[in-house]
Design a protein around this ligand. Structure first.
Ligand code: GLN
Length: 282
């Protein structure tokens, strides 16, 4: 016989050496929510109640995968981001908290209705879906080079009941795929340099899609330059470009943007005070 408390104590001792105590507790709450549908209050109320062998086995299977550094979001196929439960798969990056801030910057900056928005490198579709949901009747298009990512993004738009025009296209060759004009172009493209790999967690490095993360050390701005060059033609007059970016390359990107004729180029910090976003005006 195993009580829920015993299962928790045993599970916490397995997880803590790798994840630390507070993250272990957070992981256990997510595991129980997905396997049993129990929230935190129900967990407390059931502490002394028996759990089935089946539950014990399932919990331990999930913990085995977590100990191999598989992200919990891929194990259960979803994540909670900006007030929404979004689907994720190993074909897409798990949406990050910083990207919630990018969405907030854009929605605050652009209260007017009926704007046309393009999200480049949409991945899970998080930015496109959030903007479709939180802006004032925007018309949102989003592209990604990966068909598997686009399939996940479409599911997320459907689950959130918003309309987004998703297309498979290459961020390095947008002019070939798109002909419309946009008031806002936003992108969170791959921006981690190869040389940063050695400092990265196994959860990210071994499980998240490299195509969504990495750029060569020799050309770390390649997506930004291609997207900005396209945006110079595709933005309406006064239209704005929004980027999430790597603090390590922020200044060189700002210089390049100014030299290329962009106006009001500004860098903004994220909640951890790292330079993380750029806004520029055509
Ligand atoms: N912020 C992500 C990370 O730290 C990277 C996102 C990106 O490359 N666009 O892993």
């Amino acid at each position: 016989m195993t009580s829920l408390k015993q299962l928790f104590d045993a599970s916490r001792s397995r997880l803590t050496p790798v994840y630390g105590g507070s993250e272990a507790s957070w992981l256990l709450r997510i595991i129980m929510e997905h396997i049993k549908g129990w929230n935190q209050v129900e967990l407390l109320m059931r502490a002394d109640k028996e759990v089935s062998d089946f539950t014990v086995t399932r919990v331990n299977e999930v913990i085995d995968r977590l100990l191999a550094y598989e992200p919990i979001q891929y194990i259960f196929g979803d994540t909670y981001w900006h007030g929404m439960t979004l689907k994720v798969s190993p074909a897409v990056l798990i949406p990050r908290p910083e990207t919630e801030e990018l969405v907030d910057i854009i929605t605050k900056d652009n209260p007017q209705p009926d704007l046309k928005v393009l999200d480049v490198c949409t991945g899970s579709g998080c930015i496109a879906v959030a903007l479709a949901k939180f802006m004032n009747f925007p018309e949102v298009t989003a592209i990604d080079i990966s068909d598997r990512a686009i399939a996940v993004a479409k599911e997320n738009a459907a689950l959130q009941k918003v309309k987004v025009d998703f297309q498979t296209a290459d961020a390095l060759d947008l002019g070939a795929a798109l002909t419309a004009k946009y008031d806002i172009i936003v992108s969170n493209p791959p921006y981690v340099m190869d040389k940063e790999k050695s400092a990265m967690d196994a959860n990210v490095l071994d499980h998240e899609p490299a195509i969504a993360l990495f750029v060569p050390d020799s050309d770390p701005l390649k997506f930004y330059k291609a997207i900005a060059d396209y945006a110079a033609d595709a933005l309406t007059d006064g239209g704005r470009l929004y980027f999430e970016l790597n603090p390590l390359t922020a200044d060189s990107l700002k210089d390049w943007m100014q030299q290329s004729g962009w106006r009001d180029v500004s860098l903004l910090p994220d909640l951890h005070a790292k330079t993380r976003f750029m806004i520029a005006r055509k």
